[in-house]
Design a binder for this molecule. Structure first.
Ligand SMILES: [Zn+2]
Length: 214
């Protein structure tokens, strides 16, 4: 949802900016297509880098934990027991739970309860990259389509704001948040972003004139 909103806002803003500068229709379309590809690629690259860094940190924590488990099993059992005691078990039960979990899956128990990593749900850089690129593209396609068909900044802006309102509403519904507030917020900030780039585009278009662009 967030990636799709990014796609709508950044692409629609860019398009109203170049339309505001008086750019001819063909160039508007080329700009829009480049915006979709560049945005999707940058989301994928950014997400891949950040999730990879997270995965590296998880791996190094897990390796350190595995080494500790090999080196000093008694200490690690006591450590696990004290974690469960801290969560409300009495000390005898905590020790019992810790001992049984050490037998069953020592690394899994330490990963989950000591360092907060769920071994069944590890950071997946490639998957995260694909998902965000796809989400961005889904959002970015509509403003480009409208710009291509109508070459009109107002239509791009109005249809994009409508789409943002829908996606903001769905996002709030899924997240159990206040729907009118979420819709108002995304509509306001999305419109502000478009108005800002339109203004800048218009100023640049006025300053250089359309001869410069052609
Ligand atoms: Zn440990």
């Amino acid at each position: 949802m967030l990636g799709a909103n990014d796609g709508i806002i950044s692409t629609a803003s860019l398009l109203v900016g170049v339309i505001g500068a008086g750019t001819p229709a063909t160039y508007v379309l080329i700009t829009g297509m480049a915006a979709v590809v560049a945005g999707a690629a940058s989301m994928a690259a950014g997400e891949y880098v950040s999730v990879s860094a997270q995965a590296d940190a998880e791996n190094s924590d897990l390796n350190a934990e595995a080494r500790e488990l090999n080196r000093n099993r008694d200490y690690e059992t006591a450590e696990l027991a004290s974690i469960y005691e801290g969560r409300g078990l009495d000390s005898q039960l905590a020790t019992q739970v810790a001992e049984q979990l050490m037998e069953h899956d020592a690394l899994g128990a330490h990963a989950r309860d000591e360092i907060g990593i769920d071994l069944d749900n590890r950071a997946a850089p490639f998957q995260a990259a694909w998902v965000s690129a796809l989400a961005f593209s889904c959002g970015a396609v509509l403003p480009v389509l409208i710009a291509w068909l109508l070459v009109d900044g107002w239509w791009v802006a109005i249809s994009s704001v409508a789409l943002l309102a829908i996606s903001g509403g769905i996002g709030a519904q899924l997240g159990g948040a206040n729907i009118p507030r979420a819709v108002a917020r995304i509509v306001f900030w999305g419109s502000a972003a478009m108005a800002f780039t339109y203004g800048i585009g218009h100023l640049i278009g006025n300053a250089f004139g359309s001869n410069f662009i052609l």
